[in-house]
Design a protein around this ligand. Structure first.
Ligand code: ATP
Length: 254
């Protein structure tokens, strides 16, 4: 089995003294695409924040490319190669697209930064013509692209994405996930947390279901899509015509 790029062992984390997530075990290999699905408040954001070091862990360990990172600060984890696109797009609304992107690569030379911005415009062609536009004027989908591109400006090996589809129209969600699929082809590893299980499970190769802070199911997405409990709880109406209710384990889900 190839070496893990990300490994969580028995992770317990939360706010103040109460653990919000507990006994979380997860392993990703390079180039993997994994989805964390769960309802509102299940602990998806908390899990990503624990990986990024934005909240302290109460127990367990996180390692990245074989090195323990549990004691590192957030910026140190980012420097090692973990990019984070948080929920809610958290962009500087009165700064332009380019200015927001540049914040994602503050420590490199200006020539390198410029080259990376150009690369982002190749990955997200819609952003090029908006380079000088303030982010406050962008659509939700465009803002989400900037958020992801900003996380990529540090050239991470692992990208953490929190609810990228929130508030976006179905067509825009499809476009966004098509861009993420392209990124996977470049060798990037992607961990995405989503309430929108439909989009996330179509994209990811493996998934973990989080319920009330605990992992209740984990496996290849075709297996989860063939599980009636997952379909009923997270995909619901409309799944029938996609054939998901009857998808056999091991069948392709795309
Ligand atoms: P959503 O999809 O709504 O973002 P989530 O699965 O990402 O949900 P979290 O944001 O991780 O869930 O929240 C998990 C639990 O932790 C919730 O009960 C939430 O109220 C609580 N929580 C989140 N942030 C804080 C905080 N800063 N202080 C205290 N409790 C918090």
């Amino acid at each position: 089995m190839p070496d893990a790029i990300l490994k969580l062992e028995n992770v317990r984390a939360g706010y103040k003294t109460v653990p919000t997530i507990r006994e979380i075990n997860l392993t990703m290999t390079a180039g993997d695409a994994m989805a964390i699905i769960g309802a509102n408040g299940a602990g998806k954001t908390t899990l990503l924040r624990a990986i990024m070091g934005q909240i302290g862990m109460m127990d367990g360990s996180v390692s990245f490319r074989g090195n323990a990172i549990s004691n590192l600060r957030t910026h140190q984890r980012a420097r090692l190669g973990i990019g984070y696109a948080p929920e809610g797009r958290q962009l500087f609304q009165s700064m332009t697209v380019v200015e927001n992107l540049e914040i994602g690569a503050a420590r490199v030379s200006s020539a390198t930064r410029k080259a990376r911005v150009e690369r982002m415009f190749e990955l997200f062609p819609k952003l090029g013509p908006l380079a000088k536009t303030d982010c406050g004027f962008l659509s939700g989908g465009e803002q989400q692209m900037v958020t992801i591109a900003r996380a990529l400006m540090g050239e991470p090996q692992l990208l953490l994405l929190d609810e990228p589809s929130t508030g976006l129209a179905p067509r825009v969600i499809s476009e966004l996930y098509a861009s993420l699929a392209q990124l996977l082809e470049t060798g990037l590893t992607i961990l995405v947390a989503e309430q929108n299980a439909r989009a996330a499970l179509r994209f990811a190769r493996r998934a973990l279901v989080l319920e009330d802070g605990r992992s209740t199911m984990e496996g290849p997405t075709p297996d989860l899509l063939g599980d009636r409990r997952v379909v009923d709880a997270y995909i619901g109406l409309g799944s029938r015509e996609l054939g998901w209710r009857t998808a056999p384990a091991g069948a392709a889900s795309k």
